[in-house]
Write a protein that binds this ligand. Sequence first.
Ligand code: NAD
Length: 381
Amino acid sequence: MKYAIALIPGDGIGPEVVGPAMEALDAVGDIYGHVFNYVELEAGGNAIDTAGEPLPENTLEAARECDALLLGAVGGPKWDALPGHLRPERALLGLRAGLRVFANLRPAVLLPQLRRACPLKDEVLIKSNPEGKPQFDVLIVRELTGGLYFGEQGRSNDNKLAFDTETYAWEEIERVLRTGYAAAAVRRKKLCVVDKANVLESSRLWREVAAAVSEDYPSVETSYMYVDNCAMQLIRSPGQFDVIVTSNLFGDILSDEASVLTGSIGMLPSASLGSPQDMLAKDGHPMGMYEPIHGSAPDLAGKDIANPLGTILSAAMMLRYSFGLEQEAAAIEAGVNAVLDAGFRTQDIAQSNDGSEGEKILGTKAMGKAVLHALEGKEFL
Ligand code: NAD
């Protein structure tokens, strides 16, 4: 099969982490007989520099023509002083809304190989894990096209007052909850709605919708938790969670917190999915946008030290969710596992910078090559 992939490398480390992900996709294509054609597009800071705006209309149009979108990251200090509507991060909001991808799946899994990169004590992990193992596997489903990031915002005439608005409609909540329930039904069958229903009216609506939708998923146990408690519980007892469904703002923050527990933000992939009814992608699948959860890490850019695994694992999610290629997705994940098993680490997931802990420290490109070689069944380096 042939697939058209819109590619937005973006800014900072974006292009550095997208390169190895493309190589992994191509290797999988060679092995399983698929062709991935990339349509490279500009968005973010680089688009501001060349086209004067973070998301040129032709980028969105071209992305819509493709089967899925792979994005590195956008933003950087060069563009920080621009007004809100012209900042690189606006491109992300425009892409999410324009492609109608409203559910952001962020799996936060502590792999056994990275146990020592997790800041939590063994006893904390073991106590909360149903099987008594020092591991956790949480899927955070973040609502992506509503809430505070898309609500009305503004300033008073004298610029001394600013406001942002949290607005949610029943349908917006329902569709993301259904994505969460569908995921929970094939996982450990537990779904926790995270909100601030003791204060926010919009959160109370979330609970009403969850109560109604949960009736369609009797095999899944539904619970509710305030976001402040959830921030604490993720540290005290991450193993208690299976699927968390939450709003745009809360999901943004909680998934960064969860990422640190997995060892590094550089490890975490994400998939942003639309509804099957939209059928935006040409092949009849709902459009999907795939990206690591980290940003453009200006502190690492150009140094060949960023961790590319979150982006490579995002490519695996693309194969699974947009193209229905489960075996191919699993092959990439197995490749990443094999490389970690063999002791290869980028700096962010290493115990020390000099390899004194028996690990082999690799740069971005070399880590990408190691995964490639694992996929192709060759010696790693
Ligand atoms: P960031 O995720 O870029 O970096 C946070 C920290 O994590 C830094 O210490 C960085 O070195 C580290 N880190 C990030 N990615 C890593 C990787 N692959 N390997 C190893 N370490 C990694 O977040 P930030 O510093 O808050 O933001 C930097 C820029 O990125 C800003 O302009 C911000 O607006 C933008 N941003 C973009 C996205 C996106 O494109 N989706 C998301 C978040 C932030």
